[in-house]
Design a protein around this ligand. Structure first.
Ligand SMILES: Cc1cc2nc3c(=O)[nH]c(=O)nc-3n(C[C@H](O)[C@H](O)[C@H](O)COP(=O)(O)OP(=O)(O)OC[C@H]3O[C@@H](n4cnc5c(N)ncnc54)[C@H](O)[C@@H]3O)c2cc1C
Length: 379
């Protein structure tokens, strides 16, 4: 693979400044427009944020997972839609890096690392449960060395702007993963609008109408993706969502502290009321606890320890429910202003709800975490 130069290794402080100066002031406007402008996505590339975890020879900065999580936390603090784009791009890119062959890496990693091509993750289908990730109506049939892909995926984050789709489909030997360029003949992209939250993450329904793919589109051996590619990508996506949820808690806390320091009620500032102070204290505690769980999951990833899978489930479960609670409390604290367009907390509230559904819903996390608990007890 040819060596490439990255602008810089992204630093948490630098990205924090970018979020303060260029993301926070615009996030509500992007939310209303249901779009993040292309120049912002290019800025993300200039900051080296699309795939800093890739090794230098693949165009990355060899960034560790703990720091990657802190970067996604920062972006999530400013705009969950932008963080969602980073999440699915990370899932697609890491898949190419980890499971792709030399040809796939050579073709895709340079453009994915720059962000000149964005990646999207296509698993969920309109007629099949998203929680049951192995149920696929989309199929790929091989004949004379050519695959024919047919089916429909929906709720695909970044689907409107992605250049590369990582698509899961049932094949004769089980679930397989394919790399499909968005401009490939037979691929149809239809925007999904008016979502409850992460409304600027440019969702789409993607139809594959007898898309003919040569063998180089297949990631790994056929029938092999369920326990490998899918599990690995979802684990990384879950980690990113957990870290982004810490960002939502921080944003709810910052907005609530600022608002209650300026707003008077009953002859004094809101910040002096015990019930307000209790909510602020809960947000601080949730932020710190959620971040510690994310750091633990990140450290285990860096160590290559399979225990990271369960640590990530726990981190995502805690962080996403903490974000939903913190954002709900932030709206309550803001009263009617919390329900209006002039403060960011209504967006945080809607975005936080989405965190409880994506990358394994709260209910699926409860099943998985409890299963593990019983396994531990019974040895
Ligand atoms: C904003 C947004 C972005 C998304 N982006 C993507 C994307 O980029 N790529 C992609 O592939 N998908 C994406 N999705 C889809 C997402 O992954 C699914 O919505 C999620 O997996 C849940 O699946 P579902 O919506 O089909 O709900 P279902 O699986 O139908 O579940 C419905 C409800 O039943 C509960 N439930 C399901 N099974 C069980 C069970 N066994 N026990 C108890 N309760 C259960 C669930 O928790 C949920 O509350 C996105 C969704 C949203 C909202």
């Amino acid at each position: 693979m040819r060596a490439r130069t990255r602008p810089e290794t992204p630093e948490v402080e630098v990205v924090g400044r970018f979020v303060d100066e260029e993301v926070c002031p615009q996030a509500d406007a992007w939310d209303r427009a249901e779009n993040i402008p292309g120049d912002v996505l290019r800025r993300v590339g200039e900051l080296g944020l699309w795939a800093p975890f890739l090794p230098a020879e693949a165009g990355g900065a060899g960034l560790d997972m703990v720091t990657l999580g802190r970067l996604h936390e920062e972006v999530g603090r400013g705009c969950s839609s932008l963080r969602s784009l980073l999440t699915v791009h990370t899932m697609a890119t890491a898949t190419v890096q980890r499971w792709g062959d030399d040809e796939q890496r050579e073709r895709w990693l340079p453009v994915l690392s720059e962000g000149t091509t964005l990646g999207a993750f296509c698993l969920t289908e309109p007629d099949h449960s998203g929680s049951d990730s192995t149920a696929a109506g989309t199929v790929a049939v091989a004949e004379n060395g050519v695959w024919t892909l047919r089916g429909r995926k929906t709720w695909i984050t970044g689907g409107q702007v992605a250049g590369l789709f990582l698509v899961f489909a049932g094949t004769a030997t089980g679930m397989s993963a394919f790399l499909v360029p968005s401009d490939h003949p037979g691929v149809r992209v239809t925007p999904v609008r008016h979502m409850l939250g992460t409304t600027a993450s440019m969702l789409a329904t993607i139809e594959f109408d007898d898309v003919r793919l040569d063998p180089s589109a297949l990631v790994g051996p056929p029938g092999w993706a369920a326990g490998t590619v899918m599990t690995g990508a979802l684990d990384l996506g879950r980690y990113s969502v957990a870290c982004g949820s810490v960002g939502i808690v921080r944003a709810a806390l910052a907005a609530s502290a600022a608002y209650t320091s300026a707003r008077s009620a009953g002859g004094g500032l809101l910040r002096d009321l015990p019930q307000i102070r209790a909510k602020i204290s809960e947000m601080v505690t949730a932020r710190d606890a959620a971040r510690l769980l994310c750091e633990k999951a990140g450290r285990l990833k860096d160590a290559g320890d399979p225990a990271t899978i369960m640590a990530t489930w726990v981190a995502k479960y805690f962080a996403s429910t903490a974000a939903a609670k913190a954002a709900s409390d932030a709206v309550q604290i803001h009263g009617a202003n919390g329900c209006g367009p002039d403060y960011p907390v209504a967006r945080l509230y809607r975005d936080a709800k989405v965190m409880e559904i994506i990358e394994g819903s709260t209910q699926i996390q409860e099943l998985t975490i409890a299963d593990e608990a019983y396994r531990e007890v019974s040895g």
